[in-house]
Design a protein around this ligand. Structure first.
Ligand code: PHE
Length: 453
């Protein structure tokens, strides 16, 4: 491939390791299906009234998520570089290269704390399968708090970084693709087993009804903004992830079909996750709007009361761990790809150095969830909350906005590179130029407290 804006004659995809077509779809689904679907989606849906919120989430996916997803993949495949390098490569303008560094920074920061939560899921998987988690009269909330405020989370965080770094060091096809090809089908099987378990619990119907019968009176403008922010997070947008994966996509692959497949996959997994969680929650009389503690504090209580609960609990946390690890791999690949190209490091060297630094940066957040650093709360937030807040609500929307402006206005060949013409091209451009930026700015201003709804 050689196009007019190619810099340094270095645009040689043949030298780059590429995904196979199915491998790419699986890896992208692995990235998008993460803690967001399994842990965050159910609890925000619970807080915002169930089915109506789910519908809103689908609308947000369609009108902002998918157009931005297609834009990110197109930029990556045409630039054939890391996120920052691709923006520069396609325009030849240093400004875009520098702006692109924000993607690398965002991914790096997200990885530092995503590894902490992924670590919790690993711990809970082991504790569940071994039965250590469950005993008569346990207060699971207290149990989680005492775990999270100790030093053990740092061990699990280190293990997460080790596994993630190892997969990445093995390369695109031998590492990332293989990892996803094994884990995503296993993930699906476990999910179906758990769905069967939860739907056959006594009183499951109430949970299904809560999740599937829309009550629009519960929706307000805040729900819309949260649904939109989540559609973004859930599709792994706004941090260079899909650009980086896009840079390993072969030229023959239809990016339009990939967009539908990934969007559908993400929605399907969110849907099934809802069918696993709500029937269980209702069957055991728990509170669906419980919040962040839903997975780690409320559900263990349910598992402890069902027959073979250690097994189903173990499978549930295993599911969360797989979801977290396949996403973590895609996040870490963003700074690793940058380090390889920017400093000409080998993949192994980049994987080792980036994971180690990322681990170190993640230790303070890990120790701030009730741990030794928990009482230090500058501006009323712990370090963990600060990293979460600044990435999810500031950096990610901002980077998302950059993508829409870049593909919608600055880079003139987006339509051709995405393989879109006619009607779909016009729809895409309208969403990218007008709808998506407007929605992103609204969400951003809302979370910054500039506007209230
Ligand atoms: N999409 C992932 C989830 O739902 C999170 C993620 C965000 C992964 C950004 C990669 C990049 O949990």
């Amino acid at each position: 491939m050689n196009h007019p804006t190619s810099r340094n004659g270095a645009d040689q995809p043949s030298k780059k390791e590429l995904f196979t077509s199915s491998g790419f779809i699986l890896a992208a689904i692995g990235s998008s299906v993460g803690l967001g679907n399994m842990w965050k989606f159910p609890y925000i849906t619970g807080q915002h009234g169930g089915a109506a919120f789910f519908l809103l989430f689908i609308v947000c996916l369609l009108i902002t998520g998918l157009p931005v997803l297609l834009a990110e993949m197109t930029i990556g495949r045409s630039g054939r570089r890391n996120a920052a390098g691709s923006l520069y490569q396609l325009t030849g303008n240093r400004f875009w290269g520098v702006v692109g560094l924000l993607f690398i920074l965002t991914a790096f920061l997200i990885m530092s704390y995503y590894a902490v939560v992924a670590g919790w899921t690993l711990h809970y998987t082991v504790e569940s399968f071994t039965g250590l988690l469950f005993s008569e009269g346990t207060d699971y909330k207290e149990k989680f708090i005492s775990f999270a405020s100790g030093y053990l989370p740092v061990f699990w965080q280190a293990l997460t970084m080790l596994v993630t770094g190892w997969v990445i060091a093995r390369g695109v096809s031998g590492g990332i693709e293989k990892f996803n090809k094994i884990l995503i089908p296993s993930f699906f099987i476990i999910l179906v087993v758990l769905m069967w378990r939860s739907l056959t619990l006594p009183g499951a119907g109430q949970g299904v009804e809560f999740f599937l019968r829309p009550d629009f009176s519960k929706l307000d403008a805040e729900s819309a903004l949260i649904a939109l922010g989540h559609a973004f997070f859930s599709l792994s947008l706004g941090m260079g992830c899909m650009m980086t994966y896009g840079s390993y996509v072969n030229q023959k692959q239809s990016l339009g079909s990939a967009t539908w497949a990934i969007g559908f996959g993400d929605m399907l997994y969110a849907f099934i996750a809802g069918l696993v969680i709500f029937p269980t929650v209702f069957s055991f009389g728990l509170e669906p709007g419980e919040g962040v503690g839903l997975a780690f504090m409320a559900l263990p209580a349910a598992f402890s009361q069902m027959p073979l609960g250690f097994l189903f609990g173990g499978l549930f946390f295993l599911l969360l761990s797989i979801a977290a690890l396949t996403s973590a791999v895609s996040i870490l690949e963003v700074p690793v790809a940058y380090a390889m190209e920017r400093w000409k490091w080998s993949r192994k060297k980049a994987a080792v150095i980036v994971s180690s630094v990322c681990f170190a940066v993640g230790v303070p957040p890990a120790l701030s969830v009730g741990g030794v650093l928990g009482s230090w709360q500058p501006g009323g937030k712990t370090i963990f909350d600060w990293v979460d807040f600044s990435t999810a609500y500031i950096l990610m929307p901002f980077c998302g906005l950059i993508v829409t402006l870049f593909a919608g206005y600055a880079w003139k060949r987006a339509g051709e590179a995405a393989g879109l013409t006619g009607f779909w091209y016009r729809v895409w451009m309208f969403l990218l130029r007008v709808v998506a930026p407007a929605m992103i700015v609204l969400v951003f201003l809302y979370f910054m407290g500039v506007i209230s709804v």
